[in-house]
Write a protein that binds this ligand. Sequence first.
Ligand code: SF4
Length: 236
Amino acid sequence: MAKPPTSRKPAARKRRLAPAEQARIAEIFRRFEDQESDPRTELDYASPYELVTAVALSAQATDVSVNKATARLFKVADTPQKMLALGEAGLKPFISSIGLYNMKAKSVLATAKILVEQYGGQVPLTREALQALPGVGRKTASVVLNELRIEPAIAVDTHVFRVSHRLGLARGKTPDQVEAELMAITPAPLQTRAHHWLILHGRYVCKAQGPKCEDCPVGDLCPSRHLFVRTPSSRT
Ligand code: SF4
């Protein structure tokens, strides 16, 4: 089956940065690092298989809702073999509180079947093999490879997309474009952690509605702050 366009590695968009802009971006990441030097996913997992499954379940769902479901699910099905034995009827009750669970149940089981039949029950940890699994797109593969420290990647979800634009780190109109821009401007040693920093910042500070600009650690470096903070002159 032909790969969707989003599965290809997005071409890095060249963006020539002035020294002042390079310094601003470096300072943003320095402050994020100060706040959390070793950020990790908030999804609970104990093995690559649990991570792949949890990330696949998290599409258009919160990590909290996925953790609640997998806390019970992984007690009975923490391997592809056990997941297959559980079957669709057995799996659905565990994940019925997660959005799109019917479709996700089919993908999780189809993935489990491939892992058992083609990979001896192990998760193949290459981008190409991961993206060939049902329900695993470029973003999911990026999250898995990045979280397991196999390949630096900045998967772009709704939080990363929003924060990148507000902070002036990217201008792309699609997640793939934003990913390419972020990878191009983020110093290599920080690329693995940048994904988490941007997600956490978007989840807890730079929220879609009502960003907490007054408490923002990078507020003085943000070109969008004035859009959300009322100054004395704007109140008159
Ligand atoms: S200042 Fe406001 S808009 Fe800018 S990054 Fe911080 S929370 Fe987001």
